[in-house]
Design a protein around this ligand. Structure first.
Ligand SMILES: [Fe+2]
Ligand SMILES: [Fe+2]
Length: 160
């Protein structure tokens, strides 16, 4: 159940957990599990960004953007995440030995920094502004969609 826009932050934490599962598998040299978790993270991040752009962005664009929260930033960061996901996908496919795994971890550190920055900006600026601007009908439609998304991620994390 997601009742306020601020609670979408819970999904961000679950996405971070899913990425940690990928990194644990990569560290252990279990490339099958590393691939499975990376694919889940990618699928989920794409679905999440699509929900934000469909349900939240139009609401956000109605208001005066807070300082540091230009409306174009959010879809722009989604594009950056998308480009990074392609790099991670190719990097994992090329892993043949420990040095390749180290190189992939280095790229993944930058990816985690990007996500941390993006999630932080959404949680500090985007969600509070949308909470102020959304009508009750918009709130219900959006948060139902995010609740379904959160459930899917929880099911993956529970099943391992
Ligand atoms: Fe986002
Ligand atoms: Fe988000």
């Amino acid at each position: 159940m997601v009742a306020t826009f601020a609670e979408i932050a819970r999904t961000h934490r679950l996405q971070e957990e899913a990425f940690a599962r990928h990194q644990e598998a990569l560290l252990a040299g279990d490339l099958g599990a590393a691939r499975r978790w990376l694919d889940r993270v990618a699928e989920h991040l794409r679905a999440h960004a699509a929900l934000e752009e469909r349900h939240l962005q139009p609401i956000y664009e109605r208001g005066d953007a807070p300082r540091g929260g230009d409306p174009a930033l959010f879809p722009g960061e989604h594009c950056k995440v998308e480009r990074f996901l392609a790099r991670l996908d190719a990097g994992l496919a090329a892993v043949a030995g420990p040095r390749d795994r180290i190189a992939l971890f280095d790229v993944e550190t930058h990816f985690k920094g990007l996500l941390e920055h993006h999630f932080g900006r959404e949680e500090d600026l985007y969600f509070p502004q949308i909470q102020r601007l959304a009508t009750e009908a918009e709130r219900r439609a959006a948060l139902d969609a995010f609740a379904a998304e959160e459930e899917r991620l929880r099911a993956w994390l529970g099943a391992g």
